[in-house]
Design a protein around this ligand. Structure first.
Ligand code: UD1
Ligand code: MG
Length: 451
């Protein structure tokens, strides 16, 4: 438990909102201003789904990461100067020491998070420049997560999970996963960074995912602040049946140490608000037809920011619920990522220049697939996840649509243009995340289990 009461949230929160507006304006201005320098440094790409082939500045997520991380560093004095001012000066020597230890702990949470974000930026940029192989780039986010995990451990972090009701006779209500929980958190950073990167390739797709997940995390955080009033927000506008009780989780959590809950969710807000600002500014230039590409840098830094707040804020399981479209896309992609189905360099939909429409792109089999691959693809096809073509004489699979959520949407909803496809993707993410905010919060209040 923190020994100090959380600092009064509003002054630092106001600053954070101010910083995120600045982040938005900085991205809005700097992305086009620095575009020519990126092209000159050969950081450019061709838009695969257009008729023209003008070079588009690539890896501009680097600008976003620079604005974001610099602002997070400039922000350090705001929440912490409050804690410093609150250090007990009159109490006993021991009280003074405990207060300082608590402040050091909060600072180490913040600084280890910055370290992980910097590692992610470096990895993303190296990937943009050198096109790192999968097997080489997978373990790096694992290493980048070590500082986060050590800090989590140092505060005696929780490693229990709530057991689903049918399994409770076997395991009890809470199960301690111990070291396995640390493995799970390390894998989380690999997942959040890569899952945004493989749901990519149409204008606005990468940054819109980051934007919607960021806003969802912010909404979730706001519920944990000690709002003085009790009011409910219906989520009908987001196509959801759920209702959100503002401040409900905070009231439910009071018995479990509300000051801890508040400071964790404040921490998350400090990291999410400028991220949303920077993403919104970048999205203006990345929107169809894109004048700037995010590159892997943006995917990695935003993904790592989500892991950071999920782990440090102790809501990594809720966080994963905001990634359901990414989990779907990852599971669907597994046969291609793990080599059962051929994986072309680009799995983006196929562009028809005559109609300006996107169609599902395909992977071709040069030789008949194995029994396992055939079985998986047939199951996928029966679930309408892919469309197959068979050899006319021996019946072997010769072609499958690429296993991504974008192709899945095109297989099921028919051809559409790039802007419609990204809007559909965003609608899926918004409605799913909106549902999660509502249902998960209600569930948490009912079960009164708040970490
Ligand atoms: C991932 C995907 C790949 C997809 C690519 C698109 C996996 C395993 N890999 O690879 O299938 O094709 O992202 O980003 O799923 N581009 C556009 N329009 C956009 C964004 C990107 O045409 O709106 C193209 C540009 O040519 C750009 C290139 O994609 O240069 C960037 O690809 P990169 O991020 O390097 O691909 P990966 O992340 O390796
Ligand atoms: Mg990429």
């Amino acid at each position: 438990r923190p020994l100090l009461d959380p600092p009064p949230p509003l002054p630092a929160l106001h600053t954070s909102v101010g910083f995120s507006i600045f982040a938005f304006l900085a991205a809005l201005y700097l992305v086009p201003a620095l575009g020519p320098s990126f092209v000159k440094a050969n950081l450019k790409g061709r838009d695969l789904l257009k008729v023209y082939s003008d070079p588009i500045p690539e890896s501009q997520g680097l600008i976003c990461a620079a604005i974001y991380i610099l602002l997070l560093i400039l922000f350090i004095p705001f929440p912490f100067s409050n804690s410093i001012a609150n250090l007990p000066t009159k109490g006993t020597h021991l009280e003074g020491l405990l207060g300082a230890a608590s402040l050091h702990h909060e600072l180490s949470v913040y600084l280890s998070s910055l370290l992980s974000l910097l590692m992610a930026t470096l990895l993303g940029f190296l990937d943009d420049v050198f096109d790192i192989r999968w097997r080489h780039k997978l373990p790096i986010p694992l290493i980048a997560a070590i500082p986060l995990l050590m800090v989590y451990h140092a505060e005696g972090g929780n490693t229990h999970v709530v057991v689903p009701i049918p399994l409770r006779p076997l395991f009890g209500v809470l199960l301690n996963l111990g070291p396995l929980y640390y493995l799970y958190m390390a894998l989380l950073s690999t997942f959040t960074t890569n899952s945004i990167n493989i749901l990519a390739g149409i204008n606005g797709s990468e940054v819109s995912q980051a934007l919607i997940i960021g806003i969802s995390v912010i909404l979730n955080d706001l519920l944990y602040l000690p709002w003085p009033i009790d009011f409910r927000i219906p989520l009908h506008l987001l196509g959801s049946q759920a209702e959100v009780d503002v401040g409900g989780p905070w009231r439910a959590g009071m018995a479990y140490g509300s000051s801890q809950l508040v400071s964790r969710h404040l921490f998350s807000l400090y990291f999410m608000l400028p991220l949303v600002g920077v993403c919104l500014g970048f999205m203006y230039h990345n929107w169809y037809p894109a004048r700037a590409f995010p590159g892997d840098t943006l995917c990695y830094v935003t993904g790592m920011a989500f892991s950071v707040v999920g782990i440090q804020g102790h809501f990594s399981k809720t966080l994963l619920l905001f990634f359901i479209p990414q989990i779907f896309n990852f599971v669907l992609s597994c046969p291609q990522i793990f080599g059962l189905v051929p994986c072309p360099r680009h799995r983006v939909p196929r562009f028809d220049p005559d109609t300006n429409l996107l169609h599902p792109s395909t992977a071709q089999f040069s030789q008949p697939p194995s029994k396992l691959t055939t079985l998986i693809l047939r199951v996928f096809a029966s679930l309408r996840l892919t469309k197959l073509k068979f050899h006319p004489s021996n019946g072997a699979i010769v072609e499958a649509t690429n296993l991504t959520i974008l192709n899945f949407l095109l297989v099921n909803l028919g051809p559409m243009n790039e802007k419609e496809l990204v809007q559909t993707l965003m609608a899926v993410q918004v409605s799913e995340d909106g549902d999660v905010v509502g249902f998960w919060i209600n569930y948490e209040i009912r079960s009164q289990v708040v970490y």
